[in-house]
Design a protein around this ligand. Structure first.
Ligand code: FE
Length: 266
């Protein structure tokens, strides 16, 4: 379904301006493109938990309001064209994981934790239970890399455009997490289930409520089983099990080496 927006919400124009930004890999990252409300869960309300909760709730609600109004079929088409050019950067998968630490995802309740910790915690947890499925360990490591779209050098997309749950637009699935396409276009040898997990892990209506199943083919049905396994680790790993980054880094570098070219076009 295409949502018609009578008065496109403010950030569309903001995005048009942001798109002119040239890519400079040395550019210091300061903030994303989303117009921030006056306050967030940090700062003055630090000790005022009830208020902080309320503010967090409002930010999340605002992000989804903007997402549902602006994430239209036409917008998604435009984004696919823009990002399929893969002309934003050239860097390794690991470099991208480190870059993700600069990102603040307003829809994520674990704001106090560096993003790379979440990636490694999910990956390590799944590795423990499925030691032979190395592709799944790597999938967990890279599943949230699409959030780099919030950074200025990747277009500084507003929060509503790059994070949060996804939903289908038009008659096709939504592509708001375009990262899976980066993997595909760069010739990754990860199996189709891995690409499916990356693409749809935020598609809660499908994997948690069973909605939209009529849009799935046989391959999707098989892949959904892996997504359901993966999803437990995405959530469960947020129960702070600290991971020694330097200790596990060689293992993940070897997986990246196995499934990706050394330099990936983004
Ligand atoms: Fe995640």
């Amino acid at each position: 379904m295409t949502v018609i927006v009578e008065n496109p919400v403010e950030d569309i124009e903001l995005f048009e301006q942001k798109k002119e930004i040239h890519f400079d890999p040395d550019e210091v990252v300061s903030d994303g493109g989303f117009t921030m409300p006056d306050s967030n869960a940090f700062g003055q309300s630090f000790r005022d938990y009830e208020n902080a909760e309320n503010e967090r709730h409002q930010i999340v609600e605002q992000t989804y309001r903007l997402q549902h109004s602006n994430q239209t079929y036409d917008y998604v088409k435009k984004m696919r064209e823009e990002y399929s050019r893969l002309d934003k950067a050239e860097m390794s998968i690991w470099e991208c994981c480190e870059l993700l630490n600069d990102v603040v995802d307003e829809s994520d309740p674990d704001l106090d934790e560096p993003q790379i910790m979440h990636l490694l915690q999910s990956a390590e947890a799944i590795r423990k239970d499925y030691p032979d499925e190395d592709w799944l360990h790597l999938t967990a490591l890279i599943h949230d890399l699409g959030k780099i779209l919030l950074l200025p050098q990747f277009g500084g997309l507003p929060q509503w455009s790059a994070v949060g749950d996804i939903f289908p637009v038009g008659c096709a699935f939504d592509e708001s997490n375009v990262h899976y396409q980066v993997a595909k276009e760069n010739g990754t040898t990860l199996p189709s289930a891995a690409l499916f997990v990356i693409r749809y892990h935020s598609f809660y209506p499908l994997h948690s409520c069973g909605a939209y199943k009529h849009l799935m083919n046989e391959e999707d049905v098989e892949n959904l089983e892996w997504l359901q396994i993966f999803n437990k680790y995405d959530l469960y790993s947020k129960s702070k099990v600290p991971v020694d980054v330097e200790k596990v880094k060689p293992y993940y570098l070897s997986l990246i080496d196995k499934y990706f070219p050394a330099k990936v076009k983004w």
